[in-house]
Write a protein that binds this ligand. Sequence first.
Ligand code: ADP
Ligand code: MG
Length: 831
Amino acid sequence: SKSDSKQNVKKEEKISTCPTINIPVKRKQEIQDARLKLPILGEEQVVMETINENPVTIICGETGSGKTTQVPQFLYEAGYAHTNGIIGVTEPRRVAAISMSYRVATEMNLTNREVSYQIRYEGNVTEDTKIKFMTDGVLLKEVQKDFLLTKYSAVIIDEAHERSVYTDILIGLLSRIVPLRHKRGNPLKLIIMSATLRVEDFTENQVLFKTPPPVISVDSRQFPVTIHFNKRTPLDNYLNEAYKKVCKIHRMLPEGGILVFVTGQQEVHTLCKKLKQTFPVQSQSEKCGNTKRKKKGGAQKTKVENLPTINLDNYSVEPVDEEAEREGDVDSDLDLGDDGNLDDDDVNMISSDGESHQSCTEPLYVLPLYSLLSTEKQAKVFSPPPGGHRLCVVATNVAETSLTIPNIKYVVDTGKAKMKFYDKVTGVSTFKIVWTSKAAANQRAGRAGRMGPGHCYRLYSSAVFNDEFEQFSPPEITRRPVDDLVLQMKDMSIDKVINFPFPTPPDVEQVRAAEKLLISLGALTTPPKPVRFKDTKKDPVCRITPLGKAMANFPVSPHYAKMLALGHQHDLLPYVVAIVSALSVQELFIEFHTSTDETSEKSSFKEKIKFITQVKKLWAGKDHSLLLGDLMVLLKAVGAAEYQGCTPQFCDKHGIRYKAMKEVRKLRAQLTNSVNSVMPDTNLCVDPKLTPPTDLQAKLLRQIVLSGLSDHVARRYPDPPPDADEETKRKHAYQCTEIEEPVFIHPLSVLYKQKPEYIVYQYMQETSKIYMKGISAIEPEWLPVFASYHCTLSKPLDDPEPDYDEVKGQVMCHMTSTFSRCVWAVPAVRL
Ligand code: ADP
Ligand code: MG
């Protein structure tokens, strides 16, 4: 089959027109000398012949071998920017897009009118642009406007090994665009570049490329790097450990730059500050520490409407900037609670042992490096340190493959990385600090061997490395909940998600279930005929609705995104943000099993239950439990804890898990920031304090909760089913729309006693029975409005002659569920 593919390639070559002109580039001598040292320069001919002869080419090469800076220049010189379009290069990170455009312009002696960049909100692209660096999100937006990408003659997908969702989707799209462009006699060359040799997902995926694309691997010129493992792995204080290691290297080891890997912007600042204090450079006056703060006290300006109900057609608008992309989603630096203030924890991580105050050694030139750092500050790492001092760069994993910092001899690796995790229940994404992969750790070590033999200090033991580090980080697409992925892709106008050529595809059944959920939430259009997904051979095409577009802006599961999209009404947004954050943290209150004391005896277990029950009663209040419900109790707890300054004492006393409450606080800050960026007019306050909602607001909040969890409605059996056992009869079973079996309110719910007729629940948990948790009471007449997909109306709500129920004096409608057995007649009152 190999010779087959070769023939294919030959045939294609005859049709395709490769540029035949040579474009001269006048490089400075020192640049030319530096280029000649790069391994990829020796491969220029192979690279260009392969690209000319094949529609798709894969280039693998160790970081620093010259892929990003040189391959665009090869294409330029071969005339690719002068025939049928320009050269596009995508990067998963903003920092790389910007700095690479400047570097390539400098190397080629061209201006930024010709070699330009475009990132989320800024860029310097002109009509003269020949090479355009951009984030992958920017190119995705362009595909939506011009599917064939006619502007480009070649597209380079850089850092494909990172396997960000956007990169994967781009490669899938390009696998279709390339043959189409070929058919039209206006070929587009696709070049995929990777820092690792692990490219089977691209080469061995027949759905993606029928003919496996050729792979060029560039030999790396790497000096040996000696790896030093720690004997023990420090438990939590890796930042302090890194600090001590840098001090030691600087005091005791010969010259050579130090590169430290930590996990996020705040850690970078904390460590920089500490190192600058310890080894001051006289001229180092510039303060380290992000002082940018959100405006304080910006009261929400949302107008209160007269109608005391949630308007489903009134959702947040899209960002003003049409070009905007959710680049933050793939940016490892998007920090939790990124308000620029140092977390107490961060500061405490670096203890002030005696070492830190001996400022008697040589100065150390300390520089921060992370994605969101300004371009000028980023550029500093490339110039020689002033005064000939030793350079120490404290970086996030931006420095792992995207940027090569010159003259690094020592790498200090905490082994940690900030990873995005998605909660299966809530779909909310959070960042957690975890061990990085073996591949990434080796990349980090490699940074020390670019200029000469180097050393890498791993702040963890070799046992931890061998046993706990994954070989590679899994592609982001496999870690992302499918509901959210489908919504994001529909937002990119990719309507047939099931047929999409993913490098690593998600589960088809899950994609179908996700589409169905999104239809029910009103995020996708309803397909023409009623759909039974199971039976249909051809999947119907459902497109994103304006509500879905608003929802797609929020980094939470579609259930919660809908709440956020509707939440700006009646000044509810701060509450919705707090509720969604609280829901995203598993169990805010202490539970039976969350024993703080492992050795607790049975008696103390009993006491604990007593305590929990008391605490719950307290939170529910005397008469307000019905008005409140569990989600409102969450809100109340968050408000109260924040009012008290979120102290461990308050949390302990009131049955709140302190750790969970701190997590809620972080999530609130993260969500508030994303709300503010989606709706700049909202100017939501990052201040964690909350005043209690009014009774009207509390009612509207339950409507919002219902609209988001409309598939989680349950109704108490008017009478226990005839065949029910004694216990069921006694305990009041509920019928829900999701499953057939009877379900029950969890005993820890504040509504356990009241048992309202209609409720909406957050999720189900099966123990001895199937329990619903996170209960809110709802009014039945809200159902036709806020859960309309699940209701069949005999007549439309605004029908001038409604089906009037004389006895009850109400208009009737039916609530049907996935199971036809569950048909509820509910009064449809016009709201
Ligand atoms: P790769 O993409 O294969 O990792 P690059 O093309 O990014 O490699 O880097 C090639 C070389 O160019 C590296 O040795 C790096 O040090 C150098 N380089 C990149 N950017 C700059 C810059 N702004 N200033 C000086 N040298 C740079
Ligand atoms: Mg590169």
